[in-house]
Ligand binder design. Structure first.
Ligand code: ZN
Length: 240
């Protein structure tokens, strides 16, 4: 499949902690994770200039798009958001990671504020699987432990997920719907909360397996539609 990883390059990633977590860059780590599964992966970097590098050609050729953003959500143009949303509704799969909950494109597809509680404290997160039959959770057991992560807690202002696969629990006592599938138009999207840029969460074998399975799950089941429309039709009634 043709995968596009849209990932920010921000100041926290260039800090000593960020460089220690991902010496190769967080986006390159995600790219490598998906290439290991045999996909063709294009990495698009978001920065001060927004997502200008996300061209029509890249969007139009993508089967599944991963999105990681944090500092520069506001820099991504509404025009690009509209183009990505259009393709998502026509069948392109999407995987939103960590602080992508606050991205324009996630909020547009879900239609709510997507706000949540948070505390950056390097806490242990245990992600409990709520549906062990789900393809995203295949072979991963009852729970996944993440040694250090940013706490994301309820209330999480999202619509009720179409499929809830994981609930995260933190040492502070908070819980969070951290692995959710939503169906929008002809497409599917998956949200996954772990992945703060200064903790090496995307190096964990269980997380890498989970995200590769999520990629396969949200992949288009049918060819992506050319357009979203309800055509005018002639009389459908059976003629005598
Ligand atoms: Zn974070």
């Amino acid at each position: 499949m043709q995968i596009t990883v849209v990932c920010e390059q921000n100041g926290a990633m260039l800090s000593p902690e960020g460089k220690k977590a991902y010496p190769e860059g967080l986006g390159s780590c995600l790219k490598g994770m998906l290439e290991e599964a045999g996909h063709n992966v294009t990495l698009v970097t978001i920065g001060e200039e927004g997502a200008a590098a996300l061209t029509d050609e890249i969007i139009g050729g993508t089967d599944v798009m991963f999105w990681w953003g944090h500092w520069y959500h506001g820099k991504v143009s509404d025009e690009i958001v509209a183009k990505v949303a259009d393709r998502a509704l026509r069948g392109m799969g999407m995987v939103f990671l960590h602080s992508a909950h606050d991205s324009k494109i996630f909020k547009r597809l879900l239609g709510s504020s997507c706000s949540l509680k948070w505390r950056e404290d390097g806490e242990h997160e245990r992600l409990w699987c709520t549906d062990m039959t789900h393809p995203i959770a295949r072979g991963l057991g009852e729970y996944i432990d993440i040694p250090r992560e940013e706490m994301y807690g309820e209330p999480f202002d999202i619509p009720t997920p179409d499929e809830l696969v994981y609930i995260g629990w933190f040492r502070g006592g908070e819980v969070f719907r951290g692995g959710c599938v939503f169906r929008r138009g002809a497409g599917k999207l998956f949200y996954f909360n772990p992945g703060h840029e200064t903790y090496p969460t995307y190096k964990l074998p269980a997380v890498r397996q989970l995200l590769r399975q999520a990629c396969a799950y949200v992949a288009p089941a049918l060819p992506i539609k050319g357009e979203i429309c309800c055509p005018h039709v002639e009389q459908f009634s059976v003629k005598e």
